[in-house]
Design a protein around this ligand. Structure first.
Ligand code: NAD
Length: 303
């Protein structure tokens, strides 16, 4: 399979290092991104540039997409100049974006009408693991399709988990990000309180990492700059994972819960913190920049 040409659409924050790993593992890559600077980045790594999503589909044996949200995925697959217009019957498409599971199923059904196969394979691990090629990949789709995609997915990830039918990778992903998003808000609040009492952030990190509040978010994505070397906060909150994208993921979780009539309390609260941070100019910075937003509101004594 490593002599196959992989089509890659969406060479942004995550897509770019993922393309890098496909190239390193010997795949040829033909890429497209709506933003020329993002596409240039992939070309610099060794990918060939395509003129549109349809062009990618024409020139590749398998199509991989890494796009911001549901509407982008629908447009890239089903819209004018999209994958469906040009792709041969029997080909396999792998969407690695985090989107609404219902949209994954809808795109899969629309492609199936043309005999095209589709699986969802969203990821976790952020830019560091995308760069190292060690992403966790949660996959929804037919077993044969998943097996066919494995060599390509293994070039980008270390933990490949087949969750169930199409859309179920997305269900697993939105459940994971519900927890990660809520944890990020909780960690940020805790470190602001500690700061207010004059407790050193490094010492508190040491305490929590050995205590019941320990979380992957604090270990790898610490919101306080200077504690975790590869964290976005240490790099002036450059994404990383944008505040707007985490707000979107919490929205997916809240919508899913609403459809199922499951009461959820903390996910909507965390989503609003992210939305507020976004409305104060932090939407395109890393989501851990909510820590900046949660600074004390005034110098007045508490009431
Ligand atoms: P991003 O915005 O940096 O990259 C997305 C790319 O898609 C951009 O370069 C954009 O120009 C391109 N794009 C948008 N519409 C397009 C179109 N119609 N045609 C072609 N290209 C188009 O986002 P990202 O951080 O790389 O995230 C991508 C997905 O991965 C999101 O769903 C996100 O939730 C998920 N994700 C991100 C991270 C992370 O740490 N950044 C981690 C896990 C999952």
């Amino acid at each position: 399979m490593n002599d196959a040409t992989i089509g890659f659409i969406g060479t942004g924050t995550m897509g770019l290092p993922m393309v890098g790993n496909l190239l390193k593992k010997g795949f040829a890559v033909v890429a497209y991104d709506a933003v020329p600077a993002a596409l240039d980045g992939a070309v610099k790594l060794g990918a060939r540039a395509a003129a549109s999503s349809a062009d990618v589909a024409r020139q590749s044996e398998m199509v991989v997409t890494m796009l911001p949200s549901s509407s982008h995925v629908e447009a890239v697959y089903l819209g004018p100049g999209g994958v469906r217009e040009a792709i041969d019957s029997g080909r396999l498409c792998v969407d690695m974006s985090t989107i609404d599971p219902a949209v994954s199923r809808r795109v899969a059904a629309a492609l199936a009408e043309r005999g095209v196969r589709f699986i969802d394979a969203p990821v976790s691990g952020g830019v560091p693991r995308a760069t190292d090629g060690t992403l966790a990949i949660m996959i929804g789709g037919d077993k044969q399709d998943v097996d066919d995609a494995r060599p390509v997915l293994a070039a980008m990830g270390a933990n490949l988990i087949h969750v169930g039918d199409v859309g179920s990778g997305e269900v697993a992903k939105l459940c994971n990000n519900l927890i990660a998003g809520v944890a990020a808000v909780a960690v940020s609040e805790a470190f602001r309180i500690a700061e207010g009492f004059g407790v050193d952030a490094k010492v508190l990190t040491d305490v929590i990492s050995k205590s019941s509040g320990n979380t992957w978010v604090m270990e790898h994505m610490h919101p306080v700059a200077g504690i975790v070397p590869r964290s976005a906060s240490t790099n002036d909150y450059a994404p990383g994972f944008m505040t707007d994208l985490m707000a979107k993921d919490l929205g997916l979780a809240v919508n899913a819960a609403r459809e199922l009539r499951i009461p959820v309390a903390v996910a909507p609260a965390a989503q609003q913190v992210l939305r507020l941070a976004s409305s104060h100019g932090l939407g395109r910075r890393d989501f851990t920049s909510i820590y900046l937003f949660l600074k004390p509101s005034s110098t007045q004594a508490p009431v």
